[in-house]
Design a protein around this ligand. Structure first.
Ligand SMILES: C[S@@+](CC[C@H](N)C(=O)[O-])C[C@H]1O[C@@H](n2cnc3c(N)ncnc32)[C@H](O)[C@@H]1O
Length: 196
């Protein structure tokens, strides 16, 4: 997956990394910033997704599609498709541009709206990356954990960087008898859960 990333994708990754770094440095409003995962988290997600069991792949919090590109590498590898949810139309427009430029429109479906309204309609989830506003994590966790297939994986970002705000969902997952869970100190800290 990582040894032959297409040039268009490497270029777009680099462009979004530069935009994200610039936004963080110049004080751009929080809701406008891309707030992307770092590349090592992208690789971690791709490795986990490529080994996930049969089922639906989802992502909650697309932004400009940076993490989606890493997940698309796993989709290509494993012959899967991903549905990614983004609340804001401006971010969705950037994501559409990303998917077009990098030729991954065939493996990625973008849904614009609040993921919580769509999750009840999705069954048989085998991989989920949760990276949205912190207030929605508990609701998303409950909706996804109930639909994970055996061996299905849920990863939630910011488990260390926003550990205090996320304490309720971390406590819930780490004490949830339906899953094996731990916090992985990579990037901003990833809550990693596997359905038993
Ligand atoms: C941290 S950014 C995602 C970054 C992206 N995963 C990446 O690494 O490239 C969070 C995104 O989640 C979106 N979001 C927040 N709440 C959401 C919700 N309830 N449903 C869907 N998207 C949501 C925000 O608009 C924002 O673009």
């Amino acid at each position: 997956m990582f040894n032959d990333i297409p040039k268009e994708m490497l270029d777009r990754m680099q462009q979004l990394e530069q935009m994200d770094a610039r936004d963080r440095a110049d004080g751009t409003d929080r809701m406008q910033r891309l707030r992307q995962i770092p590349p090592e988290t992208g690789k971690f997600l791709a490795l986990l997704a490529a080994g996930a069991p049969q089922g639906n792949f989802i992502e909650i919090g697309t932004s400009a599609g940076y993490s989606t590109m890493w997940l698309a590498l796993a989709c290509r590898q494993a012959g899967r498709k991903l549905t990614t949810f983004e609340l804001l139309e401006e971010k969705a427009a950037l994501a559409r541009e990303t998917f077009k430029l990098t030729g991954i429109e065939d493996v990625v479906e973008l849904v614009v709206g609040d993921a919580r309204e769509h999750l009840p309609a999705i069954d048989g989830i085998s991989f989920c990356f949760l990276d949205a506003e912190k207030e929605v994590y508990v609701d998303c966790y409950e909706a996804v954990a109930a639909k994970l297939v055996p061996g299905g994986i849920l990863v939630a970002d910011n488990a260390i960087s926003h550990g205090k705000e996320l304490q309720p969902v971390l406590d819930r997952a780490l004490n949830d008898e339906r899953v094996d869970a731990l916090i992985v100190p990579i990037g901003k800290g990833e809550l990693l859960c596997r359905k038993i």
